[in-house]
Ligand binder design. Structure first.
Ligand SMILES: Cc1cc2nc3c(=O)[nH]c(=O)nc-3n(C[C@H](O)[C@H](O)[C@H](O)COP(=O)(O)OP(=O)(O)OC[C@H]3O[C@@H](n4cnc5c(N)ncnc54)[C@H](O)[C@@H]3O)c2cc1C
Ligand code: FES
Length: 350
């Protein structure tokens, strides 16, 4: 179920002093497995210092290109991002899971005008979405707002310049730099005033969808400002790369000391066993060596999604599922503790 495939790195490009992009050879037999929708990500798995490490990286290529390409920005003291920037080379193999994720743009041959806000490495899924919208929605207009500390930190400036030259007035890009004043750019971070400015600048365009990817505080600021500008919440899509720590109080109220008889269905196999309600559903499944899918374990990637078909569970935190999806029984198993004496969860029915 977790479905990893060994892929060989065919190209590595240094995008900035602290970021690389990698693309992979995908054998013919796996071509269908790696078809993706703009905005999706892949999970990379490797072993570092004898410990298995799984991390998610958004695809930055266009789905039309058939290329599986990710960009990895080094974070301070980051286990995988530092390893990847320092050690990975062309010809290395790495385990890669099939693309997934819900921060997506699906072209529908109608004009779909979009605004995307990206900060730092948040540009990766946004770049794929921007390319897809420009390639497949031939009348659509795209506005990209892209914030970085300095120009030297900004990934894909060359590619963005080429897109601007190719698509001309269909693509508008507003750069922001928070640590250096650059010409034709705003000095500062993406803030409420940026959202208001961009919407005013393009007041003649009716936007259908909004995409936001970056630090959590920036996502909240942009989302709230869009809503203040009468944008419907349904039109706003966002992706977090880093989980915020769950509040201890929530954790305490969720985790009780009872026991639950859990039945897990994964890859058509059913396993029943007892678990402590202090554990999450995912922890219990992994302790039993079940091949349950997961990645971030922080409630932000949705890899661990399952359906509760009997019993109940409560999530510590959830940045992904809507109220109606929760009502349908979907849970992020890395965040969910059982609250009933028995529970049945199905990883196959999502
Ligand atoms: C759906 C999804 C898509 C993602 N796409 C991308 C992508 O396209 N490119 C990319 O570079 N990253 C992306 N990430 C983040 C990536 O998965 C890793 O979390 C990141 O590379 C850090 O991993 P690490 O092992 O180096 O750091 P860890 O060893 O996990 O963490 C080390 C320290 O860095 C902090 N940290 C962790 N992540 C971040 C972060 N993103 N920014 C700042 N500090 C952090 C931690 O709090 C910790 O203090 C994505 C994450 C998700 C959930
Ligand atoms: S493993 Fe990422 S949301 Fe659960």
């Amino acid at each position: 179920m977790s479905g990893f495939h060994k892929l060989t790195i065919n190209t590595i490009t240094k995008e900035t002093a602290k970021a690389i992009s990698l693309s992979f050879d995908v054998p013919q037999a796996l071509k269908d497995t790696f078809i993706f929708t703009a905005g999706q990500y892949v999970t990379l798995k490797t072993t570092i210092n004898n410990k298995e490490v799984r991390r998610d990286y958004s695809l930055c290529s266009s789905p039309n290109s058939g290329i599986i390409k990710v960009a990895i920005k080094e974070v301070k003291d980051g286990t995988f991002s530092s390893y990847a920037n320092a050690n990975l080379k062309t010809g290395d193999t790495i385990e890669v899971a099939a693309p997934k994720g819900r921060f997506t743009f699906t072209p529908n041959n109608k004009t779909k005008n979009i605004v995307a806000f990206a900060a730092g490495s948040g540009i990766t899924p946004v770049l794929s979405i921007v390319k897809c919208a420009l390639e497949d929605e031939t009348q659509s207009k795209v506005v990209l707002v892209y914030g970085n500390k300095t120009q030297e930190d900004a990934m894909f400036l060359g590619e963005l310049k080429e897109l601007k030259e190719k698509y001309n007035e269909r693509l508008s890009i507003q750069f922001l730099y928070s640590q250096k004043d650059e010409s034709n750019s705003i000095f500062g971070r993406i803030e409420k005033s940026t959202v208001n400015y961009v919407l005013n600048e393009h007041a003649n365009i009716a936007f259908d969808a909004f995409y936001i990817c970056g630090p959590e505080s920036m996502i909240h600021t942009v989302k709230d400002s869009l809503i203040e500008n009468n944008v419907s919440e349904d039109a706003i899509n966002y992706e977090l790369f880093k989980a915020s720590k769950p509040a201890n109080t929530t954790e305490a109220t969720v985790a009780s000391s009872g026991e639950t008889k859990i039945t897990v269905i994964v890859d058509d196999e059913t396993t029943t066993f007892d678990m402590s309600q202090k554990q999450t559903l995912l922890e219990a499944a992994l302790d039993k060596d079940l091949d349950a899918p997961y990645s971030c374990q922080g409630g932000i990637c949705s890899s661990c999604l399952a359906r509760v078909t009997e019993g109940e569970a409560t999530m510590r935190q959830n940045n992904i599922l809507t109220e109606s999806e929760i009502a349908e029984g979907l849970v992020l198993t890395c965040q969910a503790h059982p609250t009933t004496p028995t529970i049945v969860i199905d990883f196959d029915d999502v």
